[in-house]
Design a protein around this ligand. Structure first.
Ligand code: AMP
Length: 305
């Protein structure tokens, strides 16, 4: 089954303690769509300006991503710039230029309306809801969000949460949304806000998965060198959605979700090895399966006699 991905598509300028690169392919939907495309067919909904390089469009096509929902508007593409601090875990946003993204209203092609798996990558929660308004009830809806929306659009976010099956957010966002310092309490509180499942990402420390009477802690791959953490969360979400869509025939189960978050973590761990989506260009499914097996070995332990 295919996945519909909606979110931002942009050109990023990224500075790390060791390097700086400009005008890179970025945006939450770019990472998420490419991540999901390792497992299943993807339909991408987003907007770019007429300055968006053809090379990036060709890359989406090469990943067999359906671009009928990609709007090309007159004007400049969304641009974002950020600088990572020495720990590569914290960053400062240097600039955000909305450009054509400012007046973006996601409009779904008619053929997208009955897509069964939906990933609402990070954009304003009102726009995420607008996508759902145009769909028959999908089988499984995942939403991502960011601190900005918790701060300036909390009501919209709370309304969205009542309509989604799973929320993916990072640890500081989970604490901000719930006012709890404990991530375990935060996970169950967010479930009470609507989504049956919640994944809380902890950057280089892995992620926590919550379901009714279920809990899973997924380690992070022990990488020695991280070159650019941008989009790790979006790639993770794309991997989760893509894996679920490729495997699930009936109801999504917690067991499938456990595997999905491991696959998401595998893809994210590769993605940070190079700037932008560069590592994804050379990645293949054998690499993905190899690292999945490594996760399995790393997490395995015997019960002591
Ligand atoms: P992440 O590292 O997962 O937070 O995602 C980084 C990506 O989000 C970058 O490629 C940016 O282009 C994109 N981005 C930054 N700010 C926003 C925003 N306000 N809305 C949507 N996407 C954004």
């Amino acid at each position: 089954m295919s996945v519909l991905v909606v979110g931002s598509i942009g050109l990023d300028t990224v500075k790390t303690p060791l390097d700086e690169k400009a005008d890179l392919l970025g945006g939450s939907a770019s990472y998420a769509a490419v991540g999901a495309s390792f497992f299943t067919d993807v339909k991408l909904v987003g907007v770019v300006g007429d300055d968006f390089p053809q090379d990036h469009v060709d890359y989406f096509k090469q990943r067999k991503i359906d671009l009928e929902g990609l709007q090309v508007e007159q004007g400049k593409t969304f641009r974002w710039s950020g600088e990572y601090h020495w720990d590569m875990n914290t960053r400062t946003t240097l600039s955000t230029e909305l450009n054509v993204f400012e007046h973006f209203t996601p409009t779904l092609p008619a053929a997208y309306g009955n897509t069964q798996y939906v990933l609402l990558a990070n954009i304003a929660p009102k726009l995420q809801s607008h996508v759902l308004d145009q769909m028959q009830r999908p089988k499984f809806i995942i939403a991502d969000t960011m601190n900005l929306w918790i701060e300036i659009a909390k009501e919209d976010l709370l309304a969205l949460l009542k309509r989604v099956d799973m929320l993916i957010l990072n640890d500081s966002e989970a604490r901000e949304l719930t006012g709890q310092t404990s991530l375990i309490k935060a996970g169950s509180l967010i479930r009470k806000m609507g989504p049956a499942y919640v994944a809380i990402k902890k950057g280089e420390h892995g992620c926590l998965l919550f379901g009714e009477n279920h809990f899973f802690s997924c380690a992070a791959y022990p990488l020695e060198d991280i070159h650019d953490p941008t989009g790790a969360g979006d790639t993770f979400a794309g991997g989760v959605a893509g894996y679920l869509a490729s495997r699930s025939t009936g109801e999504v189960t917690f067991d499938q979700l456990r595997k999905a978050v491991v696959y998401g973590s595998v893809l994210a761990s590769y993605n940070v090895e190079e700037f932008s989506l560069e590592r994804m260009r050379s990645l293949n499914m054998t690499d993905v399966e190899d690292r999945y097996q490594m996760f399995k070995i790393m997490s395995h332990f015997e019960v002591l006699e």
